[in-house]
Write a protein that binds this ligand. Structure first.
Ligand code: MG
Length: 385
């Protein structure tokens, strides 16, 4: 592959997740060297990866002493353990780091990759949602590239190529609307886990799928877009587009609107984040514009209060988005365990946002401290229900 930057090796963090697995697939398709693979706790999967990608450095974030000993017996010096080991993989020189870690554990790896000057292909939401100011500082200090992998932000990124920042009037994020689009508020208050997990267009992990059902995922994406593109919240809109063909749009000052379209397939934004600014052949379904109509509607903020909570937290800035994210994660987890109702998710988030004062963030530790505080408070709300 013709890469001017000379980066031709990749590190995949969170390799057993939906993004991680697809990133390995894309890297194989592009014939790239897999320099590192990190997983959280899937010992057998990591061993399997270790055998397939014989030169990759391996990292296991958790795992028992026995499991670690067995892996060390097979892989010797190639494997390291603990959260620090995962973060260290992010600093392997001249690598594109694909961060598909789920949760706030992904933040330190994003910061480490950027500070090391590596290209960061970012799929971990928490990095920008919870740690936006810290990640931005790391990007500047490492003079590094941060390229979004999320389909919406990749679409914005692609629509912005060749344009200047001052030409932007508005960013328009599209949302599928999730499984409860068009439903009445009382209909979904007691929705089951199964109903909420039935996402119409994207196949993703459980948390992001529930976040799509509440539209909290879109709230996070608004905040991410704010940090990625330095655009004010007043100039970021959300439109519901159930077919998920237009992945997002940019409106310019002259009224022109540019968009990126394609069949929903995360391998496309993953590959683009690796090959940017080049485009390389990809084994994906071609878009058939005549196969159906594309429709658009306004999000119903009464039925989906999480979207407004996200804008409010984003506008508060500082640590409020970190509180939004942490309390949502606790609430979603409790919902998945059947401990709270679907309608409790925004209530828990709102109460936590009200209870925890916003502070400025200057380090990963600052973010993690706020994250822990918000989790404790949100957990106490779950326990009291
Ligand atoms: Mg998305």
């Amino acid at each position: 592959m013709d890469r001017t930057s000379g980066l031709n090796s990749v590190v995949v963090l969170g390799a057993t997740g939906s993004i991680g697995l697809q990133a390995l697939e894309v890297a194989s398709h592009l014939d790239l060297f897999i320099a590192g693979i990190a997983v959280n706790e899937s010992v057998e999967k990591l061993a399997e990866f270790g055998r397939i990608y014989g030169d990759a450095a391996l990292a296991l974030a958790s795992g028992s002493t026995v499991e670690r000993r067995e892996l060390a017996a097979e892989f010797g010096d190639r494997i390291t353990f603990g959260q620090e080991a995962v973060t260290a993989l992010a600093t392997l020189s001249d690598s594109t780091v694909i961060n598909g870690i789920v949760g706030s554990a992904g933040l330190s790896s994003s910061v480490a990759a950027l500070e090391a000057g590596n290209r960061l292909a970012l799929a971990n939401k928490e990095s920008l949602v919870a740690g936006g100011p810290v990640v931005e500082a790391a990007r500047i200090s490492g003079n590094a590239e941060l390229i979004p992998v999320d389909s919406e932000h990749s679409a914005l990124w692609q629509s912005l190529v060749g344009e200047s920042h001052s030409s932007i009037r508005r960013l328009i994020l599209t949302a599928s609307g999730g499984p409860f689009r068009g439903r009445a508020k009382q209909e979904i208050e007691c929705a089951t886990v199964e109903e909420a997990l039935a996402h119409p267009t994207w196949d993703m992990g459980p948390r992001v799928t529930i976040d799509s059902a509440t539209l909290m995922n879109k709230a996070f994406e608004v905040i991410e877009a704010h940090y990625l593109f330095d655009v004010s919240y007043d100039a970021i809109d959300v439109v519901v587009h159930p077919q998920s063909i237009i992945h997002s749009l940019v409106e310019y000052v002259d009224g022109s609107v540019k968009a990126q379209l394609g069949e929903p397939d995360m391998r496309v934004p993953i590959q683009y984040a690796i090959t940017y600014p080049d485009r390389v052949d990809a084994p994906v379904e071609p878009l058939d514009l005549t196969s159906g109509s594309l429709t658009f509607e306004k999000p119903d903020l009464q039925v989906f209060p999480c979207l407004q909570l996200g804008y409010a937290a984003g506008r508060s800035g500082d640590s409020a988005p970190a509180v939004l994210n942490a309390s949502d994660e606790v609430a979603v987890e409790a919902f998945l365990q059947g401990r709270v109702e679907f309608a409790d998710i925004p209530r828990i988030v709102e109460s936590t946002l009200e209870a925890i004062p916003s502070i400025s963030l200057s380090s990963v530790d600052d973010v993690l401290a706020v994250d822990a505080e918000a989790r404790r408070f949100a957990s106490s709300l779950v326990d009291s229900r």
